[in-house]
Structure formats: structure tokens, C-alpha cells
Ligand binder design. Sequence first.
Ligand code: 3HC
Ligand code: NAI
Length: 648
Amino acid sequence: MTVNVEIDGEIAIVTIENPPVNAVSGAVRERLLALAVAFDDDPNVRAVVLTGAGKLFVAGADIAEFDRPPEPPFLPDVIARIEASAKPWIAAIRGAALGGGLELALGCRFRVATASARFALPEINLGIIPGAGGTQRLPRVVGVTEAIRIVAENHSPDGVEALRLGLVYTLVDEPLVPAAVAFARSVVGQALPPSSIQRAASMPPPDVWAEAEARVTAGARGAAAPPQALQALKHGIEHGAEAGLALERSTFLALRATEEAAALRHLFFAERAALRPADMRALNPLPIETVGVVGGGTMGSGIAAALLNAGLSVVLIEQDEAAVLRARSTLASLFESSRRRGLISDDDAAGWMARLETAIGYGAAGRCDMVIEAVFEDLAVKRSVFAELGRVCRPDTILATNTSYIDPRLIADGLPGQERFLGLHFFSPAQVMKLLEIVPTPETAPDVLATGYDLACRLGKIPVRSGICDGFIGNRILRRYRAEAETLVRGGVGIAAVDAAMRAFGFAMGPFEMQDMAGLDIAFLYREAARSRGEPLPDMPGDLLVRAGRKGQKTGGGWYDYAAGDRRPRPSADAERVIAPLVGAKTEMAGEAIVSRLMASMAEEGHAILAEGIALGAADIDLVEVHGYGFPRKCGGPMFQAGRTGKT
Ligand code: 3HC
Ligand code: NAI
């Protein structure tokens, strides 16, 4: 049963029980509508308590239904019917009341909640706006200024704040339902208060709209939904609730049908599936409290920061005193900058440094539950590290490498207890980037793999399993993407035209700007190594640039020129001259055609990766691109794009 009814004297208790999150599916809507009609006709029922089974109230509309046309009864009609009921409906809320769940609660005459309840309208994260009155009822209940924050800026009050805002009538303690029933009894027989939609909307001072529009548009970074959510809210305040509801619904339906919303839904489900792959669900991760990090450079420091952020204790092992001091100072400045930006308190920062131990030599690794290696990308160096770890660590200590390219099987070769070894490939900056590629070897034990997933969840990261190949999933696609971009340039397309096209598509940077920022030399050295092994790799424009000393921003120029202290790329006659021997006659190519070429090459590599079993599913490849490589979220990922356009 998706909606259960229990009668307690004159109070009907309606419980939405639609696991896992009590989403308002078609069946729930139908039953709620029928109940609203039936209770009005039932003289024995004098008030209705509406609640959710389990940990939460209602997580919103059923997002899985959004790929189909809406089916009646529609949620706005169900809510309007509840709101029009002759008897008081009381929403009893614990846990999350999100999206359509909050809208449902707003349709009730009263809301009671526990202090830890959470209220939000997260529709904008799905590329839509609230579609069942949220933009209209909420400002009439909490005022325009607060409603803007919740509707268009993802603000999410808890029960205590909701009480202060007037969103809930009173806070109640657990057990929730008896408390809500007692409340319902106390209002039986009283005149109904005005419904949310009937309440007078107060006009905000004129500058509120202009300020909110500027703020919301800037915060949206090109996403369609947040400014439109604000517009619906504003329209209802200026033209009345009926006009507001009409605009809200038409905007909701139009956005729901966009590619952007489909892409965001695809990622919503992919992200959740990634955290709990089917074959990991029955496994118990091993307990991890203290993690060793070997190497405190760019990645080691970032990984340590991510671990400390998650409340773990860290032992950071470096080669010498100077490197230890460097790592400590990197971490101290990371925490200081978080503290300055108000992201953490002084106590948090102090707590982190207290949980950080630094060491020279491997003795302290003996106390670690897991050790993550992040030393130079050199097989011999990595092997020597694991030889030491194999000697000093407990036999059950999990050992992981953060290698970008080296075959983890070669790194683990000779290690005692290879079943506890795996690749954990973080992305830079590791305390920020959400992606964690998890790379098991054939020997990795299932519970060790499960521990990798568990660690990713604890760090707030998205784990994606990758098989072993050169560059794993992400760097392999990146290489293909860059190679295709260089092919375009060799065909006469302008460097700046390629970058501009990819920026217009939604990347923060184009492929050449990105290379200039990261440095061209690493990929160059990689190709040179392949050439020295006898691989037939022809020269590429990037090789010519590095040989001419143009390694990117750090040398004042790469694909572009850079003025001292200025990261803005400027077209470079020198770069053009250097690569001229490999470049054909200049040609114009439309931005869309550039995007479609580069997308097709990424998807083609993705299909090869799938065919080889390196990625477990196409959605995993999209997650890698979105969370590790800045692929625009609103475009869903290269495999999603290929699926929509039918191209590979
Ligand atoms: N519809 C369908 N399925 C949903 C869902 C929803 N609204 N919300 C969550 N799920 C599914 C997830 O896909 C996942 O499925 P799985 O077990 O098969 O992977 C399962 O429920 C559990 O979700 P989480 O893994 O996210 O569980 P958590 O406990 O970590 O989080 C939550 C629970 C906070 C409710 C989180 O799921 C969430 O934020 N959900 C989305 C809320 C949302 O965006 N609501 C707005 C919907 S749009 C709407 O309401 C339109 C309206 O205005 C008309
Ligand atoms: P880095 O050069 O910034 O840091 C390496 C650190 O390891 C140095 O501080 C060095 O002193 C230390 N080190 C070297 N040998 C050591 C030893 N035997 N014991 C203890 N410490 C030792 O390098 P970076 O960029 O942090 O890379 C580390 C690893 O992470 C590499 O395998 C790299 O491929 C990988 N990686 C790098 C990414 C990046 O964007 N930089 C992204 C993802 C992975």
C-alpha cells in the first residue's frame, strides 16, 4: 500500500509509505485525492494528520516519472483539493520534506515538525522549478525574501529555523505521530486558519527583486531554472496567486521537457547508483579511522585534507624535513582559506591539525588502517614505497596507489597480501574534486573494494570503478579529446575557435587553455617515453610547442601567450609560427560543428572503454567526465549526449 490510513477517534492518520523516499508517485496522488474527498464526506473524521513512513516525510515528486508526460491526477490539483478541505489537514514532518513533499505540506492548514526536519525545494538542481505551488505558497507563508532563498538558491532550513520563519506551527518531539494527533485534537472545532494560498502576500521593497535577480542569475552560472523559479515567484506576488500558479506550472512543464532537465535527471540517478553498486551491497567495508598518506605534494596534501575534512586521522609520510614542512604549510593554508571563507570554524581548523601527524620514514604506517601512496609517478619509486609498506604495515592494512597511468598490477608486484591492494585515483585538487576512480586489480578482495566505496562516501566523493588500462577511464578520454582538438587545429581550425566553442558548450575552459594551465610537458614526456619504446607516435603540435620551450602558463606561453601575473590567454603569433609545419590552411568551422566533433570522439572512446569492460556502464563514464573533468553538468556527459543525438 502506498498510502495507509488509520483512524484514531476523530483523527484520520494518513501515512505515505512509498519506499525508499515516499516519492509522490501517480498511485500516491490518486489515493490522496480520493482520501481528501472521502474525509470531507465522513462526519466521523474531524481532522487529518498527513505523515511519511520511516525516516522522512516526502522527498518530492517521483523523478522517475519525469521522462513520461504527466499523468493525472496532477499534484497541483491534489494539493488544491487538500487545501480546500473543510477539515484541517496537519502535516507531521520528520526528516526531509523536499520539493513536492514541501508543496504538499504547504497545502495543509498546519505543519508540525521535529527540530531536525529539513525543508527544501531542490527542483532547480534537476533543471526544473517547483511545479505544485511551491513558488506561490511559500512566499505567502515565510515572506518573499526567505522564499527566494529557498526557491531559487537552495537554502534548506531545519525545523528550528522553519519555526522561526513561520513555516511550521510548532515543533514536536518524537514519537511524531502521537504528538501530531494530540495537536490535531487541539485544533478540532476551531475555525480554520487561512490556507497558504489565501494568505496576503507582502510586497517587498523594490530593490529586493533587482538584487535577487542579479544574485540568482550569477549563482545559476547559465542554468535555466533558478532565474525562472524567481520569475514565477515574482509574478505571483505582482499579479496574484492564480497568475503565479499558472506561470509556475507552464514553466515547470516546459523545463521538465528540456534536454537540460533530462541530463540532470540522468546524473541524479547515476550519482546515487554509483554509491551503492549492486555487487557491493552485501559486503561489509573494513573499519578505517587512521589513514597514512605517502607523499605530501600536490595530491598527497589534497588527499590528506579530504581525509581530515571527513573526520579521519592522517599520518602523512614524506622523504625529508623540508618536504614535511611544505606539506604542513600547504595544509595549514588550505584550512586557513576555508576558515576565512567561513566554511569552517576556528575549532574545526584546530581539530584538523590535531588529527594530522607528519612523519619521515614508515614506522607510523604500522598504526594505519589504510595507506594511500601519492609519490612521484615513477614505477621504481612507487615499488620501493610499497616494499616498505609491506614490511611495516599490519597484514590487514589496505594499501592504495593514486597513480594516474601506471598499471597497478606492476606497482603491487611482489607485495605480500595483494588482496588488500587497489588503485584509488583522486583528482586535483583532491579536497575539492568529487570523482574517485576505484581501480581494483584481479587480486583485490571484495571487502577491500567495498572499503574503497565506503571511503568515497565518507569523503563525499562519487566512486567510479575502472578496469586497468592506460589512463583508466578519465585520462584515457581526456587524451582522446585533446588529440581530436589538435587534429582540428592541424586541419586549420583556430586554437581560440576550438576553446571558445567548448566554453560556449559549458566547459570552464577549452582544451588548449586547460593544457596551458596544467602544463604541456607531462603529456609531452609521456609521448616521448612511448616513442623511446619504439611506438610510432608522429609529432603533434603540442610536441613542437614544448620543444620550443612553450610549456604553458608556467613558461609565459604555450598555445597562447600570457603577460606576467595575468592568466588570461592571448592569441600567440609565436605559437602559430612554431606549429605551422604541422598545420594546414586556415579554415572556419562553426562552434556547433567543433563541439559535435569533440563530443563524438569522447563518446567513441567511451564506447571502446565499455566494449573492453573498463567501465561498467555508460553512466559511469558520464560521472567521470562531470565530476573529474569539468564536463558541463547540464549536458549530462558525453555518453548521455551520444545517446540523445544518436551519434557516437
Ligand atoms: N523520486 C524518485 N526516486 C528518488 C527520489 C525522487 N524524488 N529521491 C530519491 N530517490 C531514490 C534514489 O534514486 C535512490 O534510489 P536507489 O536506492 O535505487 O539508488 C533512493 O531513492 C534513495 O535516495 P538517496 O540515495 O539519495 O538516499 P539518501 O538517504 O542519501 O537521500 C534524499 C534521501 C535526501 C531524499 C535524496 O534522495 C534527495 O535529495 N532526493 C531528491 C529530492 C528532490 O530533488 N526532490 C524534488 C523532486 S522534483 C519535484 O518534487 C517536483 C514538484 O515540484 C512537482
Ligand atoms: P608531487 O611531485 O607534487 O608530489 C610527490 C611527493 O611525493 C613529493 O612531495 C615528494 O617529496 C614525495 N615523495 C617522493 N618519493 C617519496 C617517498 N619515497 N616517500 C615519501 N614521499 C615521497 O606529485 P603529485 O602531482 O602530487 O602526484 C603524486 C601522484 O599522484 C602521482 O602518481 C601522480 O601521477 C598522481 N596524480 C596526480 C594528479 C595531479 O593532477 N597532479 C592527479 C591524479 C593523480
